[in-house]
Design a protein around this ligand. Sequence first.
Ligand code: ZN
Length: 243
Amino acid sequence: MANDLELRQPRRWRQGRAMASRRVLVIAAHPDDELLGCGGTVALHAKAGDEVTSVIVCEGESLRYGLQGVGQTEHIRRAAAALGVCDVRPLGFADQRLDTLPLTEVISPLEALVKELQPRIVYCQWGGDINRDHQVLFQAALVATRPTAGWVRAVYAFDTASSTEWAYPRTFTADTWVDISATLDIKLAAMACYTSEVRPYPHPRSLDALRHRALAWGNQQCLEAAEVFMTVRRTLQHGETPV
Ligand SMILES: [Zn+2]
């Protein structure tokens, strides 16, 4: 039935939808947030042939690990390869300093990327997290993906282990569950690339706790495992109706 409907649509419309559906943008503050929040979902996009770009706004090591760092660049590269993400854009902002900058300095590079990539779906940090960089980045992402960028059809905020649940008040309320039972192992293997960020169990960023978290989110919807999102904005066009 769906195929019949698809065939009856004008060619230009079908092509536009097919092209638009292949662009996904992940906006993460720190190396590993892109994995914690939506690694399993991104792996599903990659498997489906979608073009995923991960933007990692802060360099995420000099403040905590000194100028010599811990090899985050290599961790980022290996984790992205595990997920099937070919395009990673590190922006190199100083870690835990976004709140010292005018917001426009954070918005501008994001706006440029949104304009360049014209993503259909954007995943970003949740503005109610405990981490100030996450809060600032959420505000910047809201502006960079505002509806004047007509190609952005959906913006989803993700749940970041050891940040979203440690905030108060806890304002993240999942409204979208993505079944990642097919990609959970890929997500955990990618997270294992971040040797400086993985913690021993029962820390929320331990591999076992991340598995439990995915199972618990999934079980809420009678699924094996899930990642959860909060819809910031979703627009249906050209006669599309909700799922
Ligand atoms: Zn973070």
